[in-house]
Structures are given as C-alpha cells and as structure tokens.
Design a protein around this ligand. Structure first.
Ligand SMILES: Cc1cc2nc3c(=O)[nH]c(=O)nc-3n(C[C@H](O)[C@H](O)[C@H](O)COP(=O)(O)O)c2cc1C
Length: 357
C-alpha cells in the first residue's frame, strides 16, 4: 500500500501538479480526410482554445509536386495545429517537414494508421507498422531537418494478429529514434477486405494496449484514440494515458468541444453561444469566401452538426444541405439555416428533440 504523504510532501505535490503545464496533447481533434480542413479547424478553434487540431492527411507527393497553397494554407487562429503527412521516403518527408515549418505548423504527424488500398499501394499508412526501422529512419530524417515535434499516429496491430510485442517493438524502435509522442488508435488495421470506414468500426477496440504502452514507455506521451464519444470518457481515460484524440464524435457534435477548456484544461473562459458562433463564422466567410470558392460549402459542412440534439436541428441541417439555399444566401447561409430552425430567439439546451445526425 502507498504511504500517505506528509504535510510538506503534500504541499509540494500540490504545487508540482498545479504548476506543471498540462501536456499539449491532452485533448486533440483527429485528422479526418475531407472533414478537418482549414475551415473546420477554424470553427473548432472558436469552441476550444486548447484542443490540438490536425490537418487531413497530405501526402509528400502532393506537397512536393502539387499546389502547396491548396494543401498547406491555414488560418493563424488555428494554432496549435499539426500537419499530418503520408509518406515513407525519409528524404521526401524531411523536405516536407522543412516546408511545413516554413508554413508555420506546430507539429508534424506521420500517418501509420490509414488502411486504405490506395495508401497501401503508395507503401505508407498502416502497412508501415510492418517496417519499424523504415519509420524510424523517416522520423529521424524529419527530426534532423526541423525543430518541430515529430509524432506518429498508428494502430495496435496489422490484420488479426493480436501480439502486444508487435506494437511494443514498433513504439520502442521509434522511441529510440527520438519520437516522444504516439497517437494510438486502439484497433488493428485489417489490410484486406475492409473499407477504411469498416476499419474504424469492425476491428475490436482494445484500449488496454494503450494503457500498457504507457506503462512500458512512461517517458513517452501516449494519446489514445478510437471511439471516444464524450468528455466523461475522455476524463476517465486521462487517468491512464496522457492525451485523448476525438474524431467522429467531435465532428458530428462539435458542441462537445465547448466544454473541453473548462473540463480538461481548467480554463473557465466564456465560450461563445451557438448564435455568436454563427455570427463569427459568417464574418469569417465574408472575409475568406471572395478568394476561396469552396469556403462557404466547406464551412457549412463542418457546422452541420452544431444543433445536434436540439430543437430545429433537422431544419438547420436541411438548409445547409440545400444548393438553393447557398445560391440564394451566399455567405448568409449559416444565418439562414439558424433562422430556418426557428432560432429567432435564444433557446436553451433543454429544448431538445430526438434528431440523429
Ligand atoms: C472521414 C474520416 C477521415 C479520416 N481521415 C484520416 C486521416 O486523414 N488521417 C488519419 O490518421 N486518420 C483519419 N481518420 C481516422 C481518424 O483520425 C480516427 O483515427 C478514427 O476516426 C477513430 O477515432 P474516432 O472513433 O474518435 O472517430 C479518418 C476518419 C474519418 C471518419
């Protein structure tokens, strides 16, 4: 049994705990292709000052040969923001890391979790878990190239093999190469026979693997990912690991982010109301839409879950999915959607309906 602390020890422990800055990965919003673009991240940032935000995966080829502005541009307000890279060539990754640094990203995250066939054909994503030495070389090349955090997002195994030693060796090899932060999607990736969507649902969730990694690598920052639906679950998980990454739940019901700062970071600042968010995002659109033809649609898509569970949510969503509404209202579409939901006057959260998004 643990010995109780003496009074001086308890005082020191209290100060160490309260004065130690919380680790920056304590709460993250997952990288999600076609979802977490810069407009979505700008919106999420209005809801939480502390959540760490991730870009969609961008391949090294897209950065080296493609339109860098299209792939890398972001709003300064999004910080802290991480660029997720897809690739497996150390020199290309180092080159992209330098470019990312110039663009102002705070972190580079290497994707070792995507199971899609297209990504497998490119020899990166989840299949890289079979090549820890190569991933270590990739990370070393990026660590040598830039003074940014280089992190890795990975699964806990490949296909149906449930051998803890496999992921332990993977993490250990990268730790030895200098990687300190691991985002662990606690499912295997089944490389054959499942779509990426099924690969987020069918392989069983085994959170105990992330807990064990934290025990085996106490100096590493272990961020757990997979099916974290609410902040109560996040709080419980944070007793065992350093951080939580939330994906679909944050996208489908973004209001969950409004409580992140107070509950997980002890920062009790006032969060904007939904009406204020609609106002500020409309101002944002008025600023960016003239030079970005996709901005209004993309922003509306990111905000479609804002009224999840509340009265009028169905009408709000319908307006934001209606091409005629965009044509008629342009950047005013968010306000039009709110009005169509009957939100002329302020509503309280207890006027709920059963809408499912
Ligand atoms: C639409 C969609 C796109 C995704 N794109 C990426 C991606 O680009 N990179 C990545 O590492 N994971 C991607 N993921 C996986 C998520 O980052 C996350 O690992 C997964 O959804 C499990 O977390 P969740 O249960 O909280 O959603 C994507 C997930 C979704 C739903």
């Amino acid at each position: 049994m643990e010995k109780p602390l003496t009074v001086p020890e308890a005082i020191v422990a209290f100060f160490v705990k309260t004065m130690t800055p919380l680790n920056p990965w304590r709460f993250c919003v997952a990288p999600m292709l076609d979802w977490t673009d810069k407009h979505c991240r700008y919106f999420h940032r209005q809801l939480s000052r502390h959540a760490r935000l991730y870009t969609e995966m961008v391949t090294t080829g897209a950065i080296i040969f493609g339109d860098q502005h299209r792939h890398l541009d972001f709003n300064r307000e999004e910080h802290p923001v991480a660029l997720q890279l897809g690739g497996s060539d150390p020199a290309d990754l180092a080159r992209c890391a330098k470019i990312a640094k110039e663009w102002g990203y705070d972190e580079i995250n290497l994707n070792c979790g995507c199971p899609s066939e297209r990504v497998q054909r490119g020899s990166f994503g989840a299949c890289l878990m079979n090549e820890p030495e190569l991933v270590a070389d990739c990370c070393k090349a990026m660590l040598d190239a830039v003074d940014l955090d280089i992190t890795v997002k990975h699964r806990i195994g490949i296909d149906k093999v449930q051998d803890y030693g496999f992921v332990q060796h993977f993490v250990g090899t990268l730790f030895d190469a200098g990687v300190r932060t691991f985002i662990v999607h606690t499912r295997n990736a089944w490389l054959k026979g499942l779509s990426p969507k099924e690969n987020r649902e069918v392989p069983p969730l085994r959170r105990e693997v992330a807990f064990r990694l934290k025990e085996d690598f106490p100096q590493a920052t272990i961020v757990i990912n997979g099916q974290v639906e609410d902040l109560a679950t996040a709080e419980t998980l944070l007793e065992k690991v350093d951080g939580v990454m939330m994906g679909r739940a944050a996208y489908k019901n973004p209001w969950v982010l409004s409580e992140v700062d107070a509950r997980l970071f002890g920062d009790e600042h006032r969060v904007p109301t939904r009406e204020e968010l609609i106002d500020s995002m409309t101002l944002y659109l008025e600023r960016v839409a003239p030079t970005d033809v996709h901005a209004t649609r993309a922003t509306a898509k990111a905000m479609i879950g804002l009224l999840t569970g509340l009265a009028g949510a169905r009408f709000y969503r319908r307006t934001l999915s209606d091409p005629a509404a965009f044509a008629a209202t342009g950047t005013g579409v968010l306000k039009a959607a709110l009005a169509s939901a009957g939100w002329a006057e302020r509503l309280t959260d207890d006027r709920r309906d059963d809408d499912e998004f």
